[in-house]
Design a protein around this ligand. Structure first.
Ligand code: GDP
Ligand code: IMO
Ligand code: MG
Length: 437
């Protein structure tokens, strides 16, 4: 202890990477506990951009050990590419600094083929996945036929299972999905052999390392991927990812007990975005939505798809406060709202004449809710150079206050540009201060 969980409070891309990078200045360990390379986390330090898909956002801090926990699904080739790119940028990525839990499951070529073929087969009804094989890899984990990092230690015993999995995948692609995609055993095996050479050196007993770190009083940050409304149980099912994105996933994602976490920080944008299909009550399909997309550079880090943009949804955020037990929220991208004459925050929904203060249970009803907005004055001046709340225009301060009141949770920190340094305390928290002091 002390251990902090950072999770996305909306539909992903809230700025989790930036916040984790900021908070790791005095941090001993940064840990990913779910998701895979569907995540795209962006760090900007002195104008230099680093994009991470699998490696925790503490990697730029030399004193921070990074752990990929067992709850992650890991594409070994993507990992090797990421390590290479970091090394090319002179970041040290050695087995002492990056650990991968032996229990982590691998994403293999047949998972990617099935993900793509399923989306094709769904046509108009597609989920809009990132196409990275995330769902099929988690399915194999649940079906107990997946391949773990530990399996790379005994390649000879693994061969028959991989052969069977590949054959099964090809039959499924052909006969169920009607797809022309096929996966060759030799290609899959090549990936596995490469992983045995290049990934195994990083393999470790992650939960034990973490347990020791926590017992020694080290500072640990658990870095969530995706966001609360993409959780496979509590998000807008079926338009969600295939892992639990909530703070609770830390325990099973790293093998630590529920008492290991001291503080839960939710990251939320000052507005809302969503990539892929699915209901989005406050979506703006007009000029304002386009303005936000352009000013906020709202194009997916992983797939480059334009993100759908909309007003801040306090109903969805209140749900995130509850589902994660948030201690506070960090509000990012406040600068993007500069220049809008008036701003709206969705305070509640209306459905068939009834007022709702949470998402309804059926997908159809979520798609039919009408947002009830609170309107606030905008501000004109750019705020990306602000480094304290006092330097913000009055209207921006009022906006942040309204957010905090509507979601019933303190806003501890603000972010006003992609730069690491453009982050400052708002309501403040001595717990978080300890991570950056
Ligand atoms: P993550 O997936 O939650 O880590 O977020 P992404 O990196 O996918 O998307 C957030 C984007 O917003 C990245 O391009 C960040 O560099 C950028 N960003 C983060 N915080 C701010 C901010 O306060 N202002 C602006 N303008 N951009 C930000
Ligand atoms: P970070 O960590 C935003 C979305 C996809 C799709 C759905 C399912 O960068 O915030 P998947 O490939 O996971 O099966 O896709 O989830 N999605 C994300 N959206 N940010 C992410 O991660 C996402 N990871 C998955 O767009 O709608
Ligand atoms: Mg992202």
């Amino acid at each position: 202890m002390p251990a902090l969980v950072v999770i996305g409070a909306q539909w992903g891309d809230e700025g989790k990477g930036k916040v984790v990078d900021y908070l790791t200045s005095r941090c001993d360990m940064a840990v990913r506990f779910q998701g895979g390379n569907n995540a795209g986390h962006t760090l900007v330090v002195n104008g230099v951009k680093t994009k991470l898909n699998l490696i925790p956002s503490g990697i730029l801090r030399e004193a921070t050990t990074c752990l990929i926990g067992a709850g992650v699904v890991l594409n070994p080739e993507v990992l090797m590419g990421e390590i290479e790119a970091l090394r090319a940028a002179k970041v040290k990525v050695e087995p002492q600094r990056l650990l991968i839990d032996f229990n982590t499951h691998l994403i293999l070529p047949y998972h990617i083929a099935i993900d793509g073929a399923r989306e094709e087969a769904k046509g108009q009804n597609k989920i809009g996945t990132t196409g990275r094989g995330i769902g099929p890899a988690y399915e194999d984990r649940a079906a107990r036929c997946g391949v773990r990092v530990a399996d790379l230690l005994a390649l000879r015993e693994l061969k028959a299972r991989v052969d069977e999995n590949t054959e099964h995948a090809n039959r499924y692609l052909e006969h169920v999905l009607g797809s022309a995609r096929r996966v060759g055993f030799e290609d899959v095996w090549q990936v596995i052999e490469n992983a045995a050479s290049h990934v195994l050196p990083f393999a470790a007993d992650g939960s034990r390392v973490l347990d020791t770190a926590l017992r020694q009083g080290n500072r640990v940050i658990f870095e969530g991927a995706q966001g609360t409304l993409l959780d496979q149980s509590f998000g807008t099912v079926p338009f969600v990812t295939s892992s639990h994105t909530l703070a609770g996933a830390v325990t099973t994602g790293c093998g630590v007990g529920p008492r290991s976490v001291d503080y839960v920080l939710g990251v939320a944008k000052a507005y809302s975005t969503r990539v892929g299909s699915g209901p989005f009550p406050t979506e703006l399909s007009d000029r304002i939505g386009e303005t936000i997309r352009e000013k906020g550079a709202e194009f997916g880090t992983v797939t480059g798809r334009p993100r759908r943009c909309g007003w801040l949804d306090a109903v969805a955020l209140r749900r995130a406060v509850r589902l994660n037990g948030l201690d506070s929220v960090m509000l990012t991208k406040l600068d993007v709202l500069s220049g809008l004459e008036s701003l709206k925050i969705c305070a509640s929904y209306e459905l068939d004449g009834k007022s709702l203060d949470d998402l309804p249970v059926t997908l159809g009803d979520i798609g039919r809710v009408v947002p009830v907005y609170q309107e606030l004055k905008g501000w004109n001046e750019p705020i990306d150079q602000a480094r304290s709340t006092a330097q913000l225009p009055e209207a921006a301060r009022s906006y942040v206050k309204a957010v905090s009141q509507l979601i019933g949770c303190p806003v501890s920190m603000l972010s006003v540009s992609p730069e690491r340094s453009a982050t400052f305390e708002h309501e403040g928290s001595s717990f978080l201060r300890d991570f950056v002091a």
